[in-house]
Design a protein around this ligand. Structure first.
Ligand SMILES: Cc1ncc(COP(=O)(O)O)c(C=O)c1O
Length: 431
């Protein structure tokens, strides 16, 4: 076994790929350590190139709710690949997944498959603009909807981790129609509506935010938001790329009893293959080309391998509602355990959790309700905690502003191992 293999591979990766990665947060930029270079995954575990085993709480940033390389998902990909890799033509496989999603989810009459969460959200915005004939959109500070130019203002996820206001290369014109409101603060939305209600095509929101750390929307706030949208004929878009099939099979919308006009999906719906989709009311979806005048297309959209892996994953989740009870019970164990260990250590933490996604905020506030609160977290302390946990074989997101994820192959002892590792950490508080 080569004990420096992670470092060797990552060093060479930096020669050929910017930062050595294909997505920024993977680079562990401010952590001064080499990220483990992952070779394989099995159930709850991932293994790096040096043979080190980790209990995985990242789950490919969300998709692996069935654990890594679930036998049925692998079989569906293998079987499909024997006869169908890509056609760029209608297939029964895409019908099967589309029908399954439309019939098992609420408020999705029709769906369009795409290849990533970014594609899903940017296309949903285009559709909303085409449908309403309006240009402006409202997004919330700290919510992340992908790397589309119009969303790269006050974004969460990697943009927040890197502490940058947005991104270079985004023309001012691309963001001039993006208006920013404060999460869980209906007055901030009303202020915007009061100045230009008739120009606002859509409000897009993560109903359970996961990209400034986990912050669930408050019920009253979402209810008011929906009301405001309805009164002004503005579309409400729930971005369930992360929360869909994760916080519940039917996603975050099932907690709130609110009917969004459009919903975006990705991550879990592709079973770990590149995927995305957006769907909603028939009357809106029929504005998409070839029926309507909103043009959106994709060579790889509805790819047979993705459709097979996605269907197998969603069917398995749908047929096994007990999975969600298990995830809730694991989540509860984790949440209570973390609070207890933090107390033993005299640390102030806020644990925000919805089902199988959670964030441990190192933060002195009593509650974290929005981007402003999340930003007050002690990122240095998180970094010390993260490095220690990694050393102990616990793979966590490398940023305070991301969610950790549980999977159905986990058992209580995986959570106990997590807590044991946390207990052995000696916090270095050098804020
Ligand atoms: C809520 C949300 N929307 C959109 C995206 C973008 O998805 P993708 O990375 O597949 O483009 C993400 C990615 O994490 C997300 O969490």
């Amino acid at each position: 076994m080569d004990l420096n293999k992670n470092e060797e591979i990552f060093k060479e990766s930096k020669v050929y790929m910017p930062g050595g990665v294909n997505s920024p947060v993977r680079a562990f930029k401010d952590l001064d350590i080499t990220p483990p270079v992952i070779k394989k995954g099995n159930g709850t575990y991932v293994y790096d190139e040096e043979g080190k085993e980790y209990i995985d709480f990242v789950g490919a940033w969300g998709p692996m709710i069935l654990g890594h390389c679930d036998e049925e998902v692998v079989k569906s990909i293998k079987d499909t690949s024997e006869e169908a890799i890509a056609f760029g033509a209608p297939t029964e496989l895409e019908l099967r997944l589309a029908k399954h999603m439309c019939t098992t989810l609420d408020n999705v009459d029709m769906i369009r498959m795409v290849n990533s969460g970014t594609e899903a959200t940017m296309s949903a915005i285009k559709l909303a603009r085409g449908y309403t004939g309006r240009d402006k959109i409202i997004k919330f500070a700290g919510c992340y909807h992908g790397h589309f130019d119009g969303f790269l203002v006050s974004a969460g996820s990697g943009v927040m981790t890197e502490g940058i206001p947005g991104s270079a290369g985004v023309p001012k014109d691309s963001v001039k129609n993006t208006l920013i409101a404060s999460y869980n603060n209906i007055e901030s939305v009303k202020d915007i509506f009061s100045s230009c209600a008739m120009d606002i095509a859509a409000v897009i929101i993560e109903p359970v935010a996961g990209n400034m750390g986990v912050i669930p929307a408050e019920k009253e706030f979402l209810y008011e938001l929906h009301k405001l949208c309805k009164e002004n004929a503005t579309l409400l878009i729930f971005d369930e790329v992360m929360s869909g099939f994760r916080v519940a099979y039917k996603g975050a919308q099932s907690f709130y009893g609110i009917k969004p006009d459009l919903i975006t999906f990705a991550k879990i719906m592709g079973g770990g293959l590149p995927s995305g989709a957006y769907g909603g009311r028939r009357e809106i979806m029929e504005h998409l080309s070839p029926l309507g005048s909103v043009y959106q297309a994709g060579t790889m959209s509805g790819n047979p391998l993705v459709m097979a892996a996605g269907y197998t994953t969603l069917k398995k989740l749908y047929d096994n509602p007990s999975y969600y009870n298990k995830l809730e019970s694991l989540g509860d164990l984790l949440e209570k355990g973390v609070k207890k260990v933090a107390k033993e250590k005299g640390l102030n933490v806020v644990v925000n959790r919805r089902g199988a996604m959670a964030t441990i905020f190192f933060n002195d506030l009593d509650a974290i309700r929005n981007y402003e609160d999340a930003k007050l977290s002690n990122t240095k302390l998180y970094a010390s905690y993260f490095k220690h946990m990694l050393l102990k074989g616990i793979n966590l997101p490398p940023s305070q502003f991301e969610a950790l994820f549980l999977n159905v192959k986990m058992e209580d002892y995986h959570i106990e191992k997590f807590l044991e590792a946390m207990r052995s950490w000696e916090p270095v508080n050098n804020r």
